[in-house]
Design a protein around this ligand. Structure first.
Ligand code: PEP
Ligand code: CO
Length: 444
């Protein structure tokens, strides 16, 4: 293979990249970005990689969840707190069910670039560049808003820093104290029958904690803080490159804009620029795997991405769709096993189950999501592999974007609180219900 450098991807075809009118401004912005301090550290990245290696053999479980796409305008305290609360509550439920360490990873602090299926969008006879996420252009449908603007790269980076700064504060302060899960309650009432189950579980756990502390006569050391990692799709290669650095006393290059970047399904070409960029970084890397992926294609990409077959380095996030997972996944698992490739398997039950309603709204059905997840557990069991985690699009907001669940969101409800600019997310009740169902499945 030819020599790798942070910009060697430029010699390959890069799909899903915006076309900037002002190249000089783009270059100046990227130079500026490359000079700003990193958002994460190499030791956090290495720690996550070790934990993902543990998940690959069933000793830990990955909960990767958050927005489909973050927006610059939504970078405010309430939203960050709400999303962290859901992640914490879900991880509590999962840990209680599976008795394993839960690795919390947010789709956050940089999830600003979106792959799109068309280059342009046409409304009432007017055709403009498609919206590619807040780091590229603006959602509003005007000539000016849809022009890719280099300045947005800096705005996105700054918002990512603001988000991460607040998250870090919450994770070490009283908010994250396991003895006070009441701090993580959401402000709105839940109609879900799962709420009582959650409250009872929390009471019993905190009761035991307080009991143990009383008996031992001292507090548990680490219980006042939790660990949360960040992830985003590494789509915008100039942005990712600007954050790719060497660090003292370690070999190799790190992408210091996030702990865990992933390659989207649309940019998985083994000869393409994304795989070229990702093969050179030390971060744990996610790869989306969908129904059109061929077994040989998958093992080839994995061998390029993980030349040293390092455990924890590659997480294969399969998003097959509930109707395809049983026919497509086993061959992929077999191919990877036959080559002794060390990977962590993770189920994304969202992206293969999207459909458009008769009235033109993009949604997903809770039952399909659950069905794909449960099938993922079964398929891995029968193939002798381990499902090491889940990847979800959700929010702590009370939205109505996905139908179904025990609170019965139906197609007519979708217009009530549909806020996502791209993909539909599970709301709080749906997320918690799913956590309980996964926990029950893992317990069984
Ligand atoms: C996503 O995770 O938002 C996404 C676009 O997924 P995929 O690449 O699996 O389609
Ligand atoms: Co999405």
């Amino acid at each position: 293979m030819s020599e790798w450098s942070p910009d060697s991807w430029k010699s390959k075809t890069a799909s899903q990249q915006p076309t900037y009118a002002d190249q000089q401004k783009l270059q100046e912005t990227l130079a500026h970005l490359a000079n700003l301090p990193p958002l994460v550290t190499s030791w956090e990245i290495e720690s996550l990689k070790e934990q993902l290696a543990a998940a690959s053999c069933g000793e830990a479980f990955l909960l990767q969840a958050g927005d489909c796409c973050e927006s610059l305008d939504d970078c405010h305290g309430d939203a960050i707190v709400r999303n962290l609360k859901v992640l914490m509550q879900m991880s509590f439920v999962l840990a209680h069910g599976c008795k394993k360490k839960i690795i919390r990873v947010g789709r956050t602090a940089g999830q600003y670039a979106k792959p799109r299926s068309a280059e342009t969008e046409t409304r009432d006879g007017v055709t403009l560049p498609v919206y590619r996420g807040d780091i590229v252009n603006r959602f509003a449908f005007s000539e000016e808003d849809r022009q890719p603007d280099p300045e947005l790269l800096l705005r996105g980076y700054e918002r990512a820093a603001l988000t991460l700064n607040f998250l870090r504060g919450l994770c070490v302060g009283g908010f994250a104290d396991l003895r006070h899960p009441e701090y993580w309650q959401l402000e709105f009432p839940s109609n879900s029958p799962r709420q009582k189950q959650y409250d009872d579980m929390v009471k019993s756990i905190t009761g035991s904690l307080h009991f143990m502390e009383a008996v031992i006569g001292t507090g548990f050391g680490d219980i006042g803080s939790v660990e949360v990692f960040t992830a985003h799709e590494g789509l915008h290669l100039n942005y990712e490159q600007a954050q790719t650095r060497k660090v003292p006393r370690r070999e190799g290059w790190y992408n210091l804009s996030t702990h865990f970047p992933w390659i989207g399904y649309r940019t998985r070409d083994v000869n393409g620029a994304h795989v070229e960029y990702f093969r050179g970084i030390e971060n744990p890397v996610g790869l989306k795997v969908g129904p059109q992926m061929e077994p040989d294609e998958l093992t080839e990409i994995v061998s390029v991405l993980n030349e040293k077959n390092e455990p924890g380095h590659i997480t294969l996030i399969h998003r097959m769709g509930a109707s395809e997972i049983e026919s497509k996944l086993p061959n992929l698992i077999d191919a990877v096993s036959k080559k002794d490739q060390l990977v962590t398997w993770c189920s994304d039950p969202m992206h293969g189950n999207t459909y458009t309603t008769a009235s033109g709204i993009k949604t997903r059905n809770f039952d399909d999501i659950l069905s794909e997840l449960l099938k993922a557990f079964d398929v891995h069991k029968s193939c002798g592999s381990v499902l090491g985690g889940v990847h979800l699009e959700l929010t702590g907001d009370n939205v109505t974007e996905c139908v179904g669940g025990s609170t019965n969101v139906d197609e007519l409800d979708l217009t009530k609180a549909y806020k996502s600019n791209v993909d539909p997310r599970l709301n709080y009740d749906q997320s918690m219900e799913l956590a309980f169902l996964i926990a029950e499945r893992m317990q069984a």
